[in-house]
Design a binder for this molecule. Structure first.
Ligand code: ADP
Ligand code: MG
Length: 339
């Protein structure tokens, strides 16, 4: 039997009967995007494609660590003590990221870029480069000295931030989710209300798919070790809901028997290492699903469950046991969605 999750509220949109499904796809942020829409009207697919790409390109132009000259890149390279007017949505995402850092005691940290780069998960050097070496303790300490998000001064009225010197912002754990929200909202504004938007595995569903059915999505599940039981799929009705999954099985390197996933614990200065195979988070906003899935991955199951319960976050933790099997734990808000 599958586990089935349905939202507690329906938004009253009438399911589209006799609709056709349109699929659009493309590339962004080093990954792919895909949008499904169900509409009974003639669908101006090319107009939609341009609008979608425009929203994604805006997020990249402002918040990419990979695009030289993005607003974020210029902030990162700016001299100590200089103030910078931040455009929207950069400023709004920074505020959200700083809130997440505050409530998680720095488990989520938008100023952890120096560490991300050091461990080879930034643009250069890459952990995949021949000769890439695991950083020394001294290098970790040097990078840690530049990761204090509280050192970022932010003038909310003028929407200006001060570069304290050497702080390297990295929004990779939150910007993708925000991009999904923007695309979904832009399509709604254009009158396209029944959409499933996906960027790099993070999804937002609005309205209905075909035949009055919600958009059904199976949560990504980590592979079980050979011979161990695989997990049964969890199927979610993404109706006014988003999902983001962080997992240790994607983008990671193995060195000297240790396994380094691309999520860093900025409190320790090194990749997380506590046996969590994945964390999926459901939320009305994909920005928050994205930020929380990274946060809970860093906190680990015990601390993560406590913080998620306190904030009524719907999350599913998958823990890797010693024998290679996988164990699932649901937060109370996630349990409620199982009906
Ligand atoms: P994915 O969806 O691919 O698992 P995430 O949303 O978890 O990606 O984001 C991972 C990226 O976020 C990393 O590649 C790094 O750039 C950045 N990052 C890693 N650790 C943290 C952290 N603790 N807080 C904020 N950003 C992080
Ligand atoms: Mg994330």
């Amino acid at each position: 039997m599958n586990r089935v999750l349905v939202p507690l509220q329906l938004d009253g949109t009438v399911p589209v009967l006799g609709a056709r499904k349109h699929t659009l796809c493309g590339e962004t942020m080093g990954t792919t995007w895909r949008v499904l829409c169900a509409t009974s009207q003639a669908c101006p697919v090319e107009v939609l494609r341009v609008a979608i790409q425009e929203e994604l390109d805006l997020v990249v132009a402002q918040m990419s660590t990979w695009l030289p000259g993005s607003d974020l890149d210029r902030f990162n390279r700016a001299p100590a003590g200089t103030w910078h007017a931040l455009p929207e949505p950069f400023a709004g995402v920074l505020e959200a990221a700083v809130w997440m850092a505050d409530v998680s005691g720095g488990a989520f940290n938008p100023a952890a870029g120096a560490l991300v780069n050091l461990w080879g998960f930034g643009p250069s050097p890459r952990y995949t480069d021949p000769g890439f070496k695991v950083p020394t303790e001294a290098a970790v300490q040097t990078a840690l000295a530049h990761t204090d998000w509280r050192a970022l001064r932010w003038d909310a009225d003028l929407r200006q931030a001060c570069q304290p010197g050497g702080v390297w912002l990295d929004f990779s754990a939150i910007a993708k989710g925000h991009a999904v929200d923007r695309v979904s909202r832009r399509l709604t504004d254009m009158g396209v209300r029944n959409t499933l938007v996906e960027v790099g595995g993070e999804l937002r569903g609005q309205g209905f798919g075909l035949a009055g059915q919600p958009w059904w999505v199976d949560l990504e599940s980590p592979p079980a070790a050979q011979g161990a039981h695989a997990l049964l799929p969890t199927r979610v009705a993404l109706h006014g809901l988003c999902v983001a999954t962080s997992g240790d099985y994607r983008r990671a390197f193995t060195h000297g028997g240790a396994h380094w996933p691309h999520t860093i614990d900025p409190r320790q200065g090194r990749p997380v290492d506590h046996g969590l195979a994945s964390v999926s988070v459901l939320h009305e906003e994909c920005l928050w699903a994205d930020a929380w899935s990274t946060t809970l991955t860093v906190l680990g199951q015990e601390e993560g469950m406590a913080l998620a319960a306190e904030h009524r976050i719907a999350a599913l933790f998958v823990q890797r046991e010693c024998d290679g099997s996988l164990r699932e734990t649901l937060t109370p808000a996630m349990e409620e969605l199982t009906g």
